[in-house]
Design a protein around this ligand. Sequence first.
Ligand SMILES: Cc1cc2nc3c(=O)[nH]c(=O)nc-3n(C[C@H](O)[C@H](O)[C@H](O)COP(=O)(O)OP(=O)(O)OC[C@H]3O[C@@H](n4cnc5c(N)ncnc54)[C@H](O)[C@@H]3O)c2cc1C
Length: 355
Amino acid sequence: MSVSNAGDLSSFASTIMLPFQPATVFHKVDVEINWITQEGQGTSGPIQASFQGTIQDPLSKAWTKTLREVGYCLTGDPFSGSATGGFSSPITVDPTSKTRSYAGSAYFLPANKTGSFCSGGIGSYAFMPMTDFATESGEEELRELFKKYPAENKDMERYNLLRTIFEDPKESTGSAFMFLAQTFTQNLDPHNFVSLGISLLHPLSRGSVHIASADATQPPIIDPKYLSNELDVEFMSRHLRFMETIAESQPLASFIKPGGKRNHEMAHVKDLEAAKDYVRTTTISNNHPACSCPMMPRDKGGVVDAQLLVYGTANLRIVDASVMPLIPRGNIQSSVYAVAERAADLIKEDHHIQK
Ligand SMILES: Cc1cc2nc3c(=O)[nH]c(=O)nc-3n(C[C@H](O)[C@H](O)[C@H](O)COP(=O)(O)OP(=O)(O)OC[C@H]3O[C@@H](n4cnc5c(N)ncnc54)[C@H](O)[C@@H]3O)c2cc1C
């Protein structure tokens, strides 16, 4: 079985300063939270989401404005699957109680037993197409890269599908993000940092999960094989290099201390080779493993059918991120909830229980 990791993630942190700014009134449109549509998002449900502090946060505003300045204005609802551009993202915190909203609190715990207060997380995102390949010479470069790193036979279908996404300048292939802390590092620096980074939305590398022993108490062997497909390094480093352009553009640039520190000696990724080295040295998982038991035809390597039943069994269902045939490009959590809700409906149908 194989596992996809969307996406591998690399970032750099720069020392931050608060520029002088006259008092400003913030509007929803300034921080790009006006994209929410009733059709796209619905109006009710057990899991609560909110934009904690986004409107008051000058950096959230600087992020979306900078993305507009560099040509990536939000083109639609980022949860629609087709929009590109910068936006402020909701986090799963109940806006009324200011407590974390998650499966336990939403479905199981009594109403007065919500989780502890949760702040932070990443609230500034941008779905980014591959700018490097948007020109005629860029298209040629992309064709050469695919020629140089062809698909393995057994992975041809997925590879060709992902290739159509990389070739479409309107599709996003990287998720740029910003958060007010140091990037994941062992040696925290005592200064204030803002981190800018990129995660790869459609990794071509595939890992594996295998049973290690006939003894069910033994853990499986999990090998994520991060960046084992060289194309992932090629694409990720180009995306990462563009983060330098974002960091240097206003208004975000005015928050970054001129000549200030970067949190990693290699974190200057202006040319492609430096970006590749940095990606190879610092990339970590975005913790979205999925696709190891995909819902696909059995002869194509599928493990479950459209009812989530494991092929060859009568009543064994898989209900988690492993059934997704392709990793979703956004944060995976809401898709996992959707799989679980669908599974609950299927089970109720089987047992003639009203939904
Ligand atoms: C550090 C981190 C940060 C993340 N941040 C985000 C984020 O900001 N946004 C987002 O969308 N996603 C995020 N994710 C990803 C998201 O949490 C996962 O994709 C999602 O939880 C996967 O759901 P799942 O049901 O497939 O697996 P899990 O949530 O891992 O559920 C598996 C369950 O099975 C149980 N289990 C395991 N073995 C056994 C056994 N032998 N018997 C019985 N039970 C067992 C485990 O205890 C667990 O409860 C993050 C993940 C991590 C690790």
